[in-house]
Design a protein around this ligand. Structure first.
Ligand code: SAM
Length: 417
């Protein structure tokens, strides 16, 4: 397809595929909007960072690059230890791939012209950066108190009665209370549902469900039959990370806790694609390869990369900055299910290595929604059953589990259509 087609596909779907490349640019807002019927994700609320004015002239770039180099020199360079050296070698291997991906973006003038507009809300303005409201819920705290099993969420069950051909209808709203924690809450309808919890309103997209609990109660999510398991499982664990900043955002867990995730019991009998977000720490990469995937019964397939850019198309940090790489990695594997040689699997397309996703990050280190890109590799019948573990948002067609899956469903992130 020519560039025009790419752009019109992008405007509709949120994905811009660069011709002849393994790179795709993602606008998470557009992708997430596919999940909603009556609401849209407010762009200014999603993109609250990396939109500083992009009037960086070449001269400006050279000066800031010079300053950075000087700063780096001033900081006495410490010798890398063995693990850091291995991590650096890994980085050097993927660097050309990432630079090529960035080149694709910088050559796509039509897309670049649109990047700065991604944050503009429908009404043509963008609101000031959202600050955390004092009455915003901390699900992590609420879920950990002894009263947690008693908390209820009130779902608005709409029954629309069309009265005339002019589409005037009466909305009959019944409220149904269900436990908020330790219970699978589903919106099986084809339209969004609103829900009240304590003093806040949440939006539950069509065909989505969530299970809010601590890792200790994850067994409640295991389907009764293997045939009702999931064909795609995306996992973004709260890895320990050492950065104090990170620790403030959500609680983390030592690696060994993730060994107990019941992946085989959550996966579908026909098999599943497992997509695991990891940090760039070498110790973690070795843990996944040697301990975690073998314990889960998952066979390694490919590694994909998420490259983070600003609204002017430049990287959010220098590619070589050791502790703040402007990219993260997604490790993909297959869980083969009941029969490794089944017909289903032999027909499966194998997941290509080294795909690159580029996007402008949202706040709170939200990951871009990559489920759609992986769809063609998912085993089993359609529609695929998809699960996100340690989720902070809901998606149409997905089940979200974690100790705060409603985090980004607060109505303040949405605009009513
Ligand atoms: N993928 C998410 C996104 O893009 O917004 C981010 C997930 S974040 C890395 C990890 C999540 O795991 C946080 O929401 C955190 O609160 C949650 N978490 C931490 N400890 C947990 C536990 N013991 N049980 C369940 N969830 C936990």
């Amino acid at each position: 397809p020519n560039n025009n087609q790419n752009l019109s596909t992008f405007i509709k779907s949120g994905f811009y595929y660069f011709k002849g490349s393994n790179t795709v640019f993602i606008d998470p807002v557009r992708v997430l909007n596919q999940s909603y019927t009556q609401f849209t994700v407010t762009p200014s609320a999603y993109y609250s960072r990396f939109f500083e004015p992009n009037r960086r002239t070449d001269e400006h770039l050279i000066i800031s690059e010079h300053k950075r180099k000087r700063k780096r020199k001033e900081k006495k360079v410490r010798e890398l230890n063995e693990r850091e050296q291995a991590a650096d070698q890994r980085h050097q291997r993927v660097k050309p791939l990432l630079m090529k991906a960035l080149e694709c973006l910088l050559e796509a003038d039509d897309l670049l012209l649109n990047l700065g507009k991604l944050r503009i809300d429908d009404c043509g303005t963008f609101e000031p950066k959202l600050t955390v409201e004092s009455d915003e819920q901390s699900f992590v705290e609420l879920g950990s108190v002894w009263q947690a099993p008693l908390f209820e969420i009130s779902l608005h069950i709409n029954q629309d009665h069309r009265l005339t051909q002019d589409c005037i209808f009466v909305q009959n709203c019944e409220k149904r209370n269900v436990p908020a924690f330790g219970c699978l809450v589903a919106n099986d309808t084809n339209s969004d549902m609103e829900a009240d919890f304590l003093n806040r309103r949440y939006v539950i997209p069509k065909q989505s469900s969530f299970y809010m609990s601590d890792l200790k109660q994850i067994h409640g999510l295991i389907p009764g039959k293997h045939e009702c398991g999931f064909n795609l499982i995306v996992i973004d664990p709260p890895w320990e990370n050492g950065s104090a900043n990170q620790k403030l955002k959500y609680p983390t867990l030592p690696n060994r806790h993730f060994l107990s995730l019941p992946i085989q019991r959550l996966a579908h009998a026909d098999g599943a694609v497992i997509a695991l977000w990891v940090t760039n720490k070498e110790k973690l990469r070795i843990f996944v390869e040697k301990d975690l995937f073998p314990k889960w019964g998952v066979k390694y397939m490919a590694t994909h990369y998420w490259l983070k850019v600003k609204a002017d198309g430049s990287l959010i940090s220098e590619l070589d900055l050791f502790h703040h790489r402007p990219y993260e990695c997604l490790i993909l594997g297959y869980y083969y299910g009941k029969d490794e040689d089944s017909e289903h699997l032999s027909k499966l397309k194998s997941i290509p290595d080294c795909q690159v996703y580029i996007s402008i990050p949202g706040d709170y280190s939200r990951k871009p929604p990559i489920g759609e890109i992986l769809r063609e590799y998912i085993p089993g019948l359609e529609p695929a059953r998809c699960l996100e573990l340690f989720a902070r948002e809901l998606l149409g067609g997905w089940t979200s589990w974690g100790n705060e899956p409603l985090r980004f469903q607060d109505s303040r992130y949405f605009t009513r259509k």
